[in-house]
Ligand binder design. Structure first.
Ligand code: HSE
Length: 408
């Protein structure tokens, strides 16, 4: 029998208890062992819950109990989640987590602590919710060099953008809906400002390139500036607006970034809607592979956490081993200002004078085709250019720049 403890009985923590209870027979058949939830750590009591009797309020009860060999940390936030995880690993207990904030900020150190103590730190649920992505990158793509990864990595924002596009719904209403459904973070600023996606893309970059960038240092934009008008202009031009996490190696340096991007209808990421996530991995031998599924929510995320628990129980000696990560230095990271891509520019211009607007734009940007005019705006897609060039050229144009979107 394996005794486990659950730290944090919120959306995901209670989901883990539910998965382990509902699929008890199946899990026992697969592992050949009983998985027993011995403790649930939370500040709250849960009167009436079938797990009420397992609730403890003192972490030391779990830490000091040698019978607990696996700890599932679903507390969210950095502290005390990091401190408890570290203490468990140092005590020789394995830790599994869905906490992308901790993995992206302290993953290098916690993996080292796990290795030193001959135990495991696994985090399949930290990226893509229920989608298997960490194991496939580490195991199934292990004979490949990863070229780049682009992903819709946040369920809440994809849910909001989908409702804005399809129903013209108001931002706040859809966000409240996402909160009720258990998709959004406790503080949804992390979702809508792209911070959650930034944490996830640095984890994917570390798995792919071995170096963990500080998520607060990478270029990060959220979805708060996207208007329904922008979404409709993009749609007219054959693109969907998606919040994309992107990583690749350029000139030997790692680029990680998060921003809204225009995704062409030919790209499978353009068709990923609602709370679903999609992660497109381009690798040198396999080509492109896409991972798709529910990116947030109680049971999908719990399903991924339980996969790590089962892995530890089933394969104590052969379970997934994560290679050490180094912390990325400033010099390891590609300068975002040099990143080149095509862009959609939206300039303000009087509707009646579109020919004049086209001339003013072409004088600066060179010959452009495929202008779209909408509600006093002149819109076009440029050739590839860097961030620096985009700022310089739009500054030279006499028209007012309203918005600029990068194409994926
Ligand atoms: N708030 C996150 C999301 C939860 O919406 O994707 C899953 O990591």
């Amino acid at each position: 029998m394996t005794n486990i403890a659950i730290l944090g009985f919120g959306v995901v923590g209670s989901g883990v208890a539910e998965v382990i209870t509902k699929n008890k027979a199946l899990i026992e058949e697969k592992t050949g062992e009983k998985i027993n939830i011995k403790y649930i750590l939370d500040l709250r009591d849960f009167p009436g819950s079938p797990f009420e009797h397992l609730v403890v309020h003192d972490f030391q009860t779990i830490l000091r109990d040698p019978e607990v060999t696996v700890v599932a940390e679903m507390m969210g936030g950095s502290h005390p989640a990091y401190d408890f995880s570290k203490a468990c690993l140092e005590a020789g207990k394995s830790v599994v987590t869905s906490n992308k904030e901790v993995v992206s900020n302290f993953g290098a150190e916690l993996l080292e602590t796990a290795a030193k103590n001959k135990t495991a730190y696994l985090f399949e649920a930290s990226v893509g919710g229920g989608i298997p992505i960490i194991r496939p990158i580490l195991n199934d793509l292990s004979s490949n060099r990863i070229i780049n990864i682009s992903g819709i990595l946040n369920g809440t924002t994809n849910y909001i953008l989908t409702k804005m596009e399809n129903e013209g719904a108001a931002f706040e209403d859809v966000l409240n809906d996402a909160k009720k459904k258990g998709y959004a973070e406790a503080n949804p600023t992390a979702d809508i400002e792209g911070i959650d996606a930034a944490r996830k893309i640095v984890i994917l970059a570390a798995l792919s390139f071995g170096k963990l960038a500080d998520p607060s240092k990478i270029h990060t934009e959220g979805i708060t500036e996207i208007t329904s008008d922008d979404v409709s202009i993009a749609k007219k031009m054959g693109y969907a607006v998606k919040l994309i996490g992107y990583t690749s190696v350029i000139d030997g340096k790692i680029l990680c970034m998060v921003s809204p991007r225009l995704v062409s209808q030919a790209n499978p990421l353009s068709g990923i809607n609602d709370v679903f996530n999609g992660i497109l991995v381009s690798a040198d031998m396999v080509g492109e592979v896409m991972f798709y599924g529910p990116g947030a929510g109680k049971l999908p995320t719990a399903s991924a956490v339980c996969a790590d628990i089962v892995d530890i129980v089933m394969h104590r000696k052969t379970q997934m081993k994560l290679p050490a990560w180094e912390k990325a230095s400033e010099d390891d990271l590609f300068e975002f200002e040099k990143y080149r891509c095509r862009r959609l520019f939206i300039f303000r211009s009087p509707e009646a004078d579109s020919a004049a607007a086209v001339k003013q734009i072409s004088d600066v940007f060179g010959s452009i085709s495929g202008f779209v005019f909408e509600n006093g705006k002149t819109c076009f897609i440029s050739d590839e250019m860097s961030e620096k060039e985009a700022v310089e050229l739009s500054g030279k144009c006499p028209l007012e720049l309203i918005k600029m979107y990068r194409l994926l």
